[in-house]
Design a binder for this molecule. Structure first.
Ligand code: ZN
Length: 273
């Protein structure tokens, strides 16, 4: 057998390494772009100053107060602020809801039936909203997991603000989201922040799913109801119901600790006018 040129062998190995590692990096990069979550490698610093703020609680939890909640997905309201919504209902507030996407991706697998998901998730959202007394539910119908900020989205939110003339708006925290959160949540929060500037009826913006709450609603009496609400969204559990409920409960306990109650829901509230 003739001797193989060692230089040629070296070049061949080098080329193979480039192909293998290059493919691996491209795959990881592609996955990172495709998946719908965002992760802050450097945690955003706490706002400064960061005092506790009361968004006129006695006006918030009062008969006839108009509250609009804007979420990205059909289950967000119950997961993040289900207890607060139930408490608002009992206080006699009028609550409307806008859901920006249709929740058609479910687990974002390649073989999900989008039409079926849309139908299932609309039903779940309606049932959940009925439980906390939602008066009006609007689904804007943007694609789940692929939300982009656009002028059109802001305008469509403004139309809803105009129709309802809310006193309070509840939305995702865009400026200080948790370290890891869904991209749709961040974009939904950003669009609301822009849309609300022109909505002169809105006195307070209450941002949920926030890394730095400055106001906590005591939901101790509403935890069992919140748990029931979560379970309405059966399509979202994928056999991990207990784990997900525990996760939400942990969050509620952590928020409750801030105000010395068993359970709480934290917000970063901002006075607009
Ligand atoms: Zn969501």
């Amino acid at each position: 057998m003739a001797d193989v040129d060692p230089a040629l062998l070296k070049r061949k190995r080098k080329r193979r390494r480039i192909i293998v590692y290059g493919t691996l990096i491209a795959l990881i990069w592609g996955f990172w772009l495709w998946q719908p979550w965002e992760y802050d490698f450097i945690m955003r610093a706490q706002p400064h100053p960061h005092p506790k703020v009361d968004p006129d609680s006695s006006s918030l939890f009062a008969k006839g107060t108009k509250v609009l909640i804007v979420t990205a997905h059909p289950d967000d309201s119950e997961f993040y602020v289900g207890g607060t919504l139930a408490k608002l209902r009992d206080a006699g507030a009028e609550i409307w809801q806008v859901i920006i996407t249709e929740g058609d991706k479910s687990y974002y697998g390649p073989f999900t039936d989008a039409a079926k998901n849309r139908e299932v998730r609309r039903k779940e959202a309606l049932e959940a909203a009925r439980s906390w007394g939602g008066k009006n539910l609007v689904i804007l119908g943007y694609p789940d997991g692929r939300l982009k900020n656009s002028e059109r989205l802001v305008q469509r939110l403004q139309v809803e603000f105009e129709k309802f003339q809310p006193d309070y708006v509840l939305a995702f925290d865009y400026d200080y989201p948790p370290r890891m959160s869904h991209k749709d949540h961040r974009i939904a929060g950003q669009a609301v922040s822009i849309a609300v500037e022109k909505a002169t009826s809105v006195k307070w913006l209450m941002r949920f799913s926030t890394a730095y709450p400055n106001y906590v609603v005591d939901i101790s009496d509403y935890w069992p109801e919140k748990e029931t609400m979560l379970k309405i969204h059966k399509s979202q559990f994928g056999g991990k119901e207990d784990r997900i409920v525990n996760m939400v409960e942990d969050r509620a306990v952590t928020d409750g600790e801030v105000i010395g109650t068993t359970y709480g829901e934290g917000f970063r509230v901002i006075k607009l006018r």
